[in-house]
Design a protein around this ligand. Sequence first.
Ligand code: FNR
Length: 183
Amino acid sequence: MSRYNIAVLVGSLRKESFNRRLATALARLAPAEFTFKQLEIGDLPLYNQDDDAHQAAPVKRLKAEIQAANGLLFVTPEYNRSIPGVLKNAIDHASRPYGQSAFAGKSAGVIGVSVGAIGTAIAQQHLRGVLAYLDVATLGQPEAFIQAKEGLFDEAGEIGPGSRDFLQKWMDRYVAWIRHHAT
Ligand code: FNR
């Protein structure tokens, strides 16, 4: 039975997103008591502070899913050396109205894959700053900056042999982090 329900935020809406594939493959590396759900963020309106008193249904849904989760997992590409707007939009929504953030006290992992050689390092750094402000405790080590290369995934969508050990170790540390801090 699942004891830890993890809300996964993927920073790409692209159908063939490497990050979505990474999120799916990572979930398979976790023990059975962990369940991962990729949250929908593509149907959120653009954040507008005027709407704080009457948040749209998709915003309420997102906040409820985050609040109900025992932990969070952010899997994001790097866009122009930062986090994609769709992810920031989702975070801004779930952090508001002021004093009613869905994030307070949550724990999270941050990981991502990009085509560039630094594999989302700067995006992850920016995201960590945002999450620190929102009182989300992020796993610090190991860092995982993944470059999208041939063989990252095998034909079944699992992590390919070249990265499997590294990402299994990352997942083991993530699992320990969530067990320790879970809400
Ligand atoms: C990118 N890409 C990119 N890659 C990178 O390593 N550093 C960067 O700063 C950027 N900037 C950037 C901006 C925009 C607007 C786009 C569309 C793309 C390339 C990016 O890594 C590539 O598109 C990935 O495939 C995106 O991740 P998903 O959609 O496959 O998960």
